[in-house]
Design a protein around this ligand. Structure first.
Ligand code: AMP
Length: 271
């Protein structure tokens, strides 16, 4: 992969990387298209990274439709696919990890201890192998974007980070590889995440800036749907992920919840 990337970068061609865990959907494809539009060479990676899953999480059952994914990447005109094995990414005896302090304890990091350490570690490895000039991430994982921006800043990595908008179904449900776990009734229940965010946004746009009140309205909206269990609904600074007392433009409203055992996340940025 290193040799291929070096050859394709030859002559100063701009190489963009789109890291994924596969099970590709329109959200991933939007990142590939953004990369295609902004780069001379596009590389994608597919790697279900074990270190970002907790012991009770869905690592074993995470969907891995590799042949279909490869076809989709080919159809999008991706130049290079990097799909390493776990043993290649984590050599036997590996004891080195990358930890972005503070940020990694916020939002999903609080409910999924070690998750962002796994993300920061694998993204560092991917950047070292591919050496992209630019890497594309989805705003769907807004906390991940904040963690990676901090990682790049703090380790002086020469990579530009581009965050792409959330791709949603027509009814508002954010696309996710985990949506395949949902039955049709659970799929309907899952909409409560987006509805609670929309409620917060609507009140904010109507002039309510007190985050305690905004959050309770969002939580109330979430609990109108009896099935799903709320993990968190927070309003935070999009860069530091610190909770805000007063909402403001560019504040991040992030929600996470479980529909049965499927954990889903979503967010909106206030404007
Ligand atoms: P994953 O395969 O879930 O690790 O996601 C790979 C990349 O795709 C991450 O940067 C995600 O934020 C991004 N992504 C996932 N779902 C969406 C979506 N619905 N819209 C935009 N980007 C997404």
């Amino acid at each position: 992969m290193r040799a291929e990337c070096a050859a394709l970068r030859y002559g100063g061609r701009r190489l963009g990387l789109v890291p994924t865990m596969g099970a590709l959907h329109e959200g991933h494809l939007s990142l590939l298209r953004a990369a295609r539009a902004q780069c001379d060479v596009v590389a994608a990676s597919i790697f279900v990274n074990p270190t970002q899953f907790g012991p009770q999480e869905d690592l074993a059952k995470y969907p891995r439709p590799f042949a279909r994914d490869s076809e989709l990447l080919r159809a999008e005109g991706v130049d290079l696919l990097f799909a390493p094995s776990v043993e290649e990414m984590y050599p036997a005896g590996a004891v080195t990890f990358v930890s972005v302090e503070a940020l990694s304890e916020r939002l999903c990091g609080r409910s999924r201890p070690g998750h962002f350490r796994g993300v920061a570690t694998v993204v560092s490895k991917l950047f070292h192998v591919v050496q992209p000039e630019v890497a594309f991430f989805g705003q769907k994982d807004a906390a991940q974007v904040a963690v990676i921006r901090a990682l790049v800043r703090d380790l002086l990595l020469p990579v530009e980070i581009v965050a792409c908008p959330i791709v949603r179904e027509a009814d508002g449900l954010a696309l996710s590889s985990r949506n395949v776990y949902l039955s049709s009734d659970q799929r309907r229940q899952a909409l409560t995440l987006y509805r609670s965010l929309s409620r917060v946004r609507e009140l904010y746009e109507g002039g309510e800036w007190d985050t305690t009140r905004l959050i309770s309205a969002g939580v109330e909206e979430f609990s109108r749907e009896p099935g799903p269990r709320l993990d968190f609904l927070e309003i935070v600074d999009a860069e530091s992920l610190e909770p805000l007392k007063t909402a403001r433009r560019a504040a991040l409203v992030a929600v996470a919840g479980f529909v049965e055992s499927t954990r889903l996340i979503d967010n909106v940025v206030l404007s």
